[in-house]
Design a protein. Structure first.
Length: 369
């Protein structure tokens, strides 16, 4: 949490500001730091940033920065897409390659959207790409009222970190819902089929129209020499330029991680040897079932979906047995997982274990937007 000096209607005052963007400095990557052969729609590496990669195939990386303008401004991590399989036809008409962050409506009340006092939006970020380009498009998409507005930026120099500041007007039509669902998607468009071009950049809020979302195609998938990277993302209430934009609201890693865990958590220690995945006792109900109740370390956005990756083991006084997740009962605060196994002793207490310390052995809780 940072204290920022704000000017509003000629009045200077100090107020506590919580960042609207979560993990804008790309520090947290709970799932992985690198994912190869990505040609899908999913969260991959850096938390809270969804990679929609339908045009071309990519390696998605949480990149460590050691030099450049972004590094000199305090950013040590970035999200990077490296094209590994080109698709020069820009994919089928309905395919796209975009980076997204989705934001709960209850975190957007300061914009007063849908009222006579609605406030403008300013988006700032650092970007680097392997090639120059003009009029790359960023869109704000209102999921509650099916509306959108767009802005553009240029890549002035290849392989150079550049800071961009884009202003979006206020919208007096359609309020954001005050709830925990997706209300606003910020969308960096990098490649797309013909469904997403042919219109005009919507510099004023309008009813959503796909043809206006990618008017000038950057063609990231056009060559395996292409890459694009992002860091330092912040969304501000009001209109700012490069000289007046507030400083980036850096947070402690602990606070950043906690905010990310509202949407995704993972049990699975990566020690070199067998170790407990999570604190808490499990118990075998009979010879073939293990019950594991646990309170989540961070309250999640909603009751999560629970899934198992790799091997999960159950360590008891009688030995270690491998388990398979069979069902779960969840709330935003706790999960009750039912595992199936064999040759268990009913009533035995034990621990849920990562049998060999592999990072591929884990239990995921997903409450993403």
């Amino acid at each position: 949490m940072t204290i920022t000096k704000v000017t509003d209607a000629g009045l200077d005052r100090n107020r506590i500001v919580t960042p609207i963007i979560i993990n804008g400095d790309m520090q947290v990557a709970q799932r992985a730091t690198s994912v190869t052969s990505h040609n899908a729609v999913s969260y991959t590496t850096v938390d809270r940033f969804k990679t929609v990669c339908e045009v071309g195939t990519y390696t998605v990386i949480q990149e460590s920065l050691t030099s450049g303008n972004a590094y000199l401004n305090g950013f040590k991590k970035a999200l990077r897409l490296d094209c590994t399989t080109a698709e020069t036809s820009a994919g089928s008409a309905g395919e796209q390659t975009t980076i997204e962050q989705r934001i709960e409506g209850q975190n957007l009340n300061a914009f007063l959207k849908g009222t006579a006092n609605a406030k403008p939006f300013t988006l700032a970020f650092w970007v680097k790409a392997s090639k120059t380009g003009s009029n790359l498009q960023v869109n704000l998409r209102d999921a509650d009222n099916t509306r959108q507005v767009g802005g553009t930026y240029d890549i002035d120099a290849a392989d150079t970190w550049e800071k961009k500041v884009i202003n979006f007007p206020a919208d007096t039509t359609g309020a954001f819902d005050n709830d925990n669902a997706n209300s606003l998607t910020i969308e960096w468009f990098l490649d797309g089929g013909s469904n997403y071009s042919g219109g005009a950049v919507p510099t004023a809020w309008e009813a959503s129209a796909n043809a206006d979302r990618n008017v000038t195609n950057f063609d990231l998938a056009g060559s395996t020499d292409n890459d694009w990277a992002l860091t330092g993302v912040q969304l501000e209430v009001g209109t700012f330029d490069a000289n007046t934009i507030p400083s980036f609201p850096f947070e402690s890693f602990e606070n950043n991680l906690s905010k990310c865990q509202r949407y995704y958590q993972k049990f699975g220690s990566t020690a070199a040897t067998s170790c407990n995945m999570v604190n808490g006792m499990a118990y075998s109900a009979n010879s073939s079932e293990v019950f594991f109740p646990t309170i989540l370390p961070v309250v999640m956005r909603t009751g999560p979906s629970v899934s198992q990756n790799g091997t999960v083991a159950y360590r008891t006084p009688g030995g270690t047995k491998n388990l398979t997740l069979s069902s779960s009962a969840v709330s935003e605060k706790e999960v009750f997982i039912n595992f199936s196994g064999s040759s268990l002793t009913g009533g035995d207490p034990g621990y849920i274990r990562n049998p060999d310390g592999s990072s591929g052995n884990n239990i995921e809780m997903d409450a993403e937007l």
